[in-house]
Design a protein around this ligand. Structure first.
Ligand SMILES: Nc1ncnc2c1ncn2[C@@H]1O[C@H](COP(=O)(O)OP(=O)(O)O)[C@@H](O)[C@H]1O
Ligand SMILES: [Mg+2]
Length: 271
């Protein structure tokens, strides 16, 4: 298995407080990797460190075998794109202008805005389903619309490696699936996609490769059908559950015991 993106012994801290405890992350090429784990376990910190927005205390990130520290800013940005968890746009910026910012790493003094840039922006807006919003101001959109606009900007960057931090969080179920289908399609077309998700059912359905994190460590990784067990979920989320098989996709599905008679607690109407 070849890997364009990986890390060695990655340690990251905020103001001396360690958050990632020596992660060896291996992201398989050309498939969709999904990262799950409880709030505050370090998922965003990991993605930001992989994208060189944070520097590790020790350890390193390798892109195509080369430490990211050796890359020029635009060079790295042409290779690896990050959709952050809570991005903010300048006041009043138009959707089309924000998406166009994704082309920045492809420009230089000698190579200004081109037809290729125009085409990439148009394709990215179509893929993220935001073409109709092109003239709107980003800050007046709904949370879900805004999230798809940011996704369009990341797509316009046209990077072979794409990191998406909770791209579905503000979306209704149909739009969540639309984004996940898009991410899967990108992976099928050969891109390497890493996606942080909270919705476990969808995470297990869409992950070719699953990474389960807890407290700044990787506790399991692999094909969700092989690694997801009730013990794992209970250990990671402190949540007693049953694992069943999704009859439509054949992937695991979590049924929490909480809120059912099986939890051993009285339920409304039971007494
Ligand atoms: N900029 C920051 N400064 C200080 N602590 C931070 C910062 N960002 C995140 N943290 C802390 O690091 C831990 C991991 O955060 P994060 O990577 O955002 O987790 P996740 O994305 O898994 O929810 C949390 O305890 C969080 O409070
Ligand atoms: Mg996060």
């Amino acid at each position: 298995m070849s890997m364009r993106l990986r890390s060695e012994e990655l340690r990251v801290a905020y103001a001396g407080r360690p958050v990632l405890h020596g992660l060896d992350v291996e992201i398989p090429d050309g498939v969709m990797t999904v990262i799950v784990g409880p709030n505050a376990c370090g998922k965003s910190t990991l993605l930001r460190t992989l994208a060189r927005m944070l520097s590790p205390e020790s350890g390193r990130v390798l892109v195509d075998g080369r430490p990211t520290g050796e890359y020029g800013t635009k060079e790295l940005a042409r290779t690896l794109g990050l959709l952050p968890q809570s991005p903010t746009a300048p006041d009043g910026m138009r959707v089309a202008d924000l998406v166009a910012k994704g082309r920045f790493p492809h420009q230089s003094l000698l190579r200004q805005w081109s037809r290729a840039d125009e085409a990439a922006v148009r394709a990215a807006m179509a893929a993220a389903n935001v073409t109709d919003l092109a003239e709107r101001a980003v800050d007046e959109l709904s949370g879900g619309q805004r999230q798809r606009v940011w996704l369009a900007m990341a797509l316009a960057q046209e990077t072979p490696l794409l990191l998406l931090d909770e791209p579905t969080t503000y979306l209704d179920i149909a739009h969540q699936l639309e984004v996940l289908e898009l991410a899967r399609r990108l992976a099928r077309e050969g891109r390497t996609v890493v996606c942080v998700l909270h919705e476990l059912h969808l995470a297990f359905r869409y992950a070719d490769h699953l990474i389960v994190m807890a407290q700044g460590e990787i506790v399991a990784s692999g094909d969700p059908r092989e690694i997801v067990t009730a013990e794992l979920v209970e250990e990671v989320y402190d949540l007693p559950c049953q694992v069943v098989t999704d009859p439509l996709s054949g992937t695991p599905m979590i049924l929490p015991l909480v809120g059912t008679p099986a939890a051993g607690r009285p339920t409304p109407g039971s007494g």
